[in-house]
Design a protein around this ligand. Structure first.
Ligand SMILES: Nc1ncnc2c1ncn2[C@@H]1O[C@H](COP(=O)(O)OP(=O)(O)OP(=O)(O)O)[C@@H](O)[C@H]1O
Length: 631
């Protein structure tokens, strides 16, 4: 189950892992950037050590040149001390600048590399994964989490190491040079350590919840923008707003909990060193007064304590950044660790490469042999020992009651899902023995719900056509595909085939979008064409014209068409009936009408549905509207 805010509190393998172990998993992505990151770290440490050495100089100045200079009116030692402190300060500033220069570019490169790796993996993962994972959760990982990780890489990780080293070296110096004062300071670090540990485990949980809630919020935005027409049509805008408000409020509360937890630690980290220094001041003053400590040692003690103070106070921020980064790493790997079960075989079948010309004229024999298919989370199989042959060059209509598994069956030849049992063959070869590229060369699909991308009509239609094909051939394929799909409306678009169509082709009507999606499947010139009811938004006349032209152009193409209308069934050479997860009859429309009662029942219900639909919408009205959509 994909993680959402609801599931963030459940135990998952990543929560068992230590923060260090989680972050170590970044190694392959940061490997090339490591030299510069380490360079940045060395520069930071250098800057910090320079800051720490300034108190030693102050101590020497106070006990030496300053005391003696005042006594003997000789200021030369003092001038040299000022120069030395200025050089150390300038050196510190220079090293900080060097650190920023060194780490900025590798940080952005790591972020871009991880973003590309995640997107590549998402593209590779099967449909089943995308069915389960909400879009917003993926979006928040690819954008928010990786941005967070970059900020931690260029700032947080260095700050964490430098703070740690500064505190350890500084406290060591205090203990070594400050005697009792050092021990008082060391005692102060005990509650700081305990609080930091407590904070880590609490903050980690809240950080995870907050990042998952951001993902859920992104999902709600995505769904409501995507479904804006439905929300408006049903007046559900206020309900969507309520849902969004609840989620946004939940995220706000979590952010407040996060900030409160952070503030609690930061306050403690401010108060504890101040109290410690107050005690040290009292004890130090007594020691100087009693002659057990020089004034220079006391000044150096407080100057060093001051240098340590900064990293101690920043510890809360550095720790929270690190824990947020850890959550981002865990969320990144939740996707990256998902194994794709639909991979290419180690030794693919030796099938000849298909060129576009060949595709339409050779082969295309499809066979489902004893195929069983069950969705991962389903109790029973949808397809149960299905046997079906699609002879080359034929058009087979697949009919069945709603939910009988037609779309599921149609997803098997293009390997959008793999069978649970049995075999699906194309030209005698199990599709699992071919690479996915080999399968895609042979099988093209058009779905009822056509997805178009934010690109020109040309790019959308030629999506499945190789870029290496000469421009003239690509153009010829485009023209023919548009003509077969009866998509002449493209010529009337403002820039013809170069017109950019909006996100998901939203500026086109349903029928126009369907025809472009169909043209895309046709332009690929496949041996096998799977049409999952892609003509449902067309009127019967247009559907008939499309089917007739399909037959002319894709003479040898084997077509499997899922039919929801009697007209579609009538256009097929043969019909296969899917019932109870099995193919119960195959024959011509007329033979089945005469011999198969279930078929007669399906056809009469399709007719009823169709008549009801036409009564509501009218046959031509829909397409008239379609044609006018962009004019
Ligand atoms: N991704 C999925 N995960 C789990 N079950 C699914 C999934 N997709 C479909 N199903 C279930 O599988 C069964 C068959 O669905 P399918 O979409 O293949 O039917 P269909 O015959 O195409 O239906 P329709 O004619 O209504 O489009 C249904 O019971 C459906 O709920």
């Amino acid at each position: 189950m994909p993680p959402t805010a609801d599931s963030s509190n459940r135990s998952d393998p990543s929560s068992e892992r230590s923060t260090l172990a989680s972050i170590r998993r970044l190694h392959p992505y940061v490997r090339t950037a490591l030299p510069r990151l380490v360079g940045g770290l060395v520069a930071s440490l250098g800057a910090s050590l320079m800051a720490l050495s300034i108190p030693a100089v102050l101590r020497w100045v106070t006990d030496g040149p300053l005391t003696e200079g005042v006594r003997e009116h000789d200021w030369s030692g003092l001038i040299w001390s000022v120069v030395l402190v200025a050089v150390l300060g300038a050196g510190e500033a220079g090293l900080i600048l060097l650190r920023r220069t060194l780490v900025m570019f590798p940080g952005t490169r790591v972020e871009a590399g991880m973003r590309m790796a995640l997107f590549r993996h998402l593209q590779d993962l099967p449909v089943a994964f995308h069915d389960r994972w909400p879009g917003g959760q993926l979006l928040s990982r690819i954008m928010g989490d990786l941005g967070l990780l970059r900020r931690w890489l260029v700032f947080g990780v260095l700050q964490l190491v430098v703070s740690f080293v500064t505190i350890v070296v500084g406290v060591g110096l205090l203990v070594a040079t400050g005697g009792w004062l050092g021990i008082i300071f060391l005692c102060g670090s005990i509650p700081v350590t305990i609080l930091a540990f407590r904070f880590s485990s609490k903050y980690r949980r809240i950080s995870r919840l907050s990042q998952d809630q951001s993902g859920d919020l992104a999902t709600t935005v995505e769904e409501s923008v995507h479904g804006i027409r439905v929300l408006k049509a049903f007046g559900r805008g206020p309900a969507a707003l309520d849902q969004f408000t609840d989620q946004a409020e939940g995220l706000r509360e979590t952010e407040i909990r996060k900030a409160t937890t952070d503030a609690g630690l930061t306050t403690a980290l401010r108060v504890i060193p101040e109290v410690t220094q107050g005690i040290a001041l009292v004890v130090g003053t007594y020691l100087v007064a009693s002659g057990d400590m020089t004034l220079g040692t006391l000044v150096a003690f407080f100057a060093t304590a001051q240098v340590i103070n900064g990293p101690v106070v920043d510890l809360g921020m550095t720790l929270s950044m690190t824990l947020n980064a850890r959550t981002a790493v865990d969320r990144f790997f939740e996707v990256m660790d998902t194994v794709n079960p639909l991979t290419d075989p180690a030794a693919p079948a030796d099938v000849p490469a298909v060129t576009l010309g060949q595709a339409a004229h050779a082969g295309g024999h499809v066979a489902f042999r004893d195929v069983t298919f069950r969705y991962d989370d389903a109790a029973r199989p949808v397809l149960d020992h299905v046997d079906l042959e699609l002879p080359p060059g034929t058009t087979t209509a697949l009919v069945g009651l709603t939910g009988s598994g037609k779309s599921t069956l149609a997803m098997l030849p293009p390997r959008l899902f793999d069978v649970t049992d049995g075999v699906v063959e194309v030209d005698g070869v199990d599709v699992r023995d071919m690479t996915r590229a080999q399968v895609r060369e042979r099988v093209a699909v058009a779905f009822e719900d056509p997805t178009l991308f934010s690109a020109s009509v040309r790019d959308n239609v030629l999506l499945g056509v190789s870029d290496t094909l000469p421009a003239a051939e690509r153009e010829a394929l485009l023209t023919q595909a548009l003509e077969v799909a009866q998509a002449q409306f493209v010529a009337d678009l403002p820039d013809g085939a170069d017109t950019r169509i909006g996100e998901e082709g939203m500026s086109l009507s349903g029928g126009q979008r369907q025809r472009l999606a169909l043209a895309r499947a046709i332009a690929a010139r496949p041996r096998v064409l799977v049409l999952d009811d892609p003509l449902s938004a067309l009127d019967v006349t247009t559907e008939e014209a499309v089917t007739a032209r399909l037959r002319d152009v894709l003479v040898a193409t084997t077509t499997l068409v899922i039919a929801h209308r009697p007209s579609t069934v009538a256009l097929a050479d043969r019909v296969a009936v899917l019932q109870g997860g099995r193919i119960t009859a195959v024959g011509t429309h007329h033979d089945l009408l005469a011999s198969d009662p279930h078929y007669r029942y399906i056809i009469s219900s399709l007719e009823d549905d169709y008549e009801a639909h036409e009564h509501d919408h009218g046959p031509d009205q829909r397409d008239d509207q379609n044609e006018g959509a962009l004019s």
